[in-house]
Design a protein. Sequence first.
Length: 208
Amino acid sequence: MSKPRGSSVSWRERQERDPYVQRARREGWRSRAVFKLQEIDEVERLLRPDMSCVDLGAAPGSWSQYVTEKLKGRARIVAIDVLPMDSLPCVEFIVGDFTDDAVLAQLLEVLGSEKVDLVMSDLAPNSSGYRAVDQPKSMYLAELALVFARQVLRPRGDFVCKLFQGTGFDPFLADVRSCFGTVKVRKPKASRAGSREVYLVARNYQLV
């Protein structure tokens, strides 16, 4: 998610002081976001060898990087983002806007007929700094990610999705609960304390 306009200096200073940014640099991860997925995975045990995974909103690629390193390359990962991303082992990357029908069709073509085990979405709109503007956009992206997950997940598959608490959150949660066996809302330690950001972890997809 991009930084709010007019706050570039304070944003850069905060980034430089951020212990997760510093740790990511030391450990060779592409961004601090890796620690959000890592914490979720350590609790939920999402990842297993030879699984297939889709990474929505992937750039700069820390989530895909974590999956391929954790599974030692024994995974098929298809990643997509509107921004370019440096290549990673076992990752097929598509540059394009997930909300564009033509790009979505390309993603589905790459996946082929085989269903996937995990859909991860770290999608977020560019921030305007105004909640009334940003919240509907973030919920729209989450809804598109859920529609996509329902289309490509195999039975008992899993879905991880970034959300921002606010208008539309509760109805979306109810919608997810209607088609997954268990649904949890988690706020990883790497999510900033003052942020409304949380992650929905939905397990055991059930065809309806």
